[in-house]
Design a protein around this ligand. Structure first.
Ligand code: THU
Length: 126
């Protein structure tokens, strides 16, 4: 799969987003080292701080299914259906990525391909 198709899967995942408060729909597609795909989207809550981002939904689905080795994630976010602007992962999601992913974990956004170390050059680890 090329990066454009991978990103399109994230756009499609965003259609299932539950975002009645922000109306900002985010989809994420996570690729495991052995080629499995897990999708996720943001799930908001009336108690706002309980909201979970699309990236963490996808990562926790994968980890709770027994997968811990990840190659790449594509992320698409939009409030108006225009997915051409990048939706970089938030700090909380970066820290969750840092738990499971190497520095070269690939992050595919609307404006290009990055790696985890571009966003989080020094990670907190115990
Ligand atoms: N959101 C994500 O799902 N991923 C991000 O990387 C940034 C923000 C969600 C959380 C909330 O539901 C909405 O976008 C607005 O912040």
């Amino acid at each position: 799969m090329n990066n454009a198709d991978f990103f399109d899967l994230a756009v499609r995942a965003s259609e299932k987003s539950y975002a009645p408060y922000s109306n900002f729909k985010v989809g994420a597609v996570l690729l495991t080292e052995d080629g499995q795909i897990f999708t996720g989207y943001n799930i908001e809550n009336a108690s706002y701080s309980l909201t979970v981002c699309a990236e963490r939904t996808a990562i926790f689905k994968a980890v709770s299914s027994g997968f811990r080795n990840f190659k790449a994630i594509a992320i698409a976010g939009s409030a108006d259906g225009d997915f051409s602007k990048p939706c970089p992962p938030c700090g909380a999601c970066l820290q969750v990525m840092a738990e499971f992913c190497n520095d070269d974990f690939m992050i595919v956004l609307a404006d290009g391909v990055y790696q985890l170390s571009d966003f989080l050059p020094k990670r907190f680890k115990l």
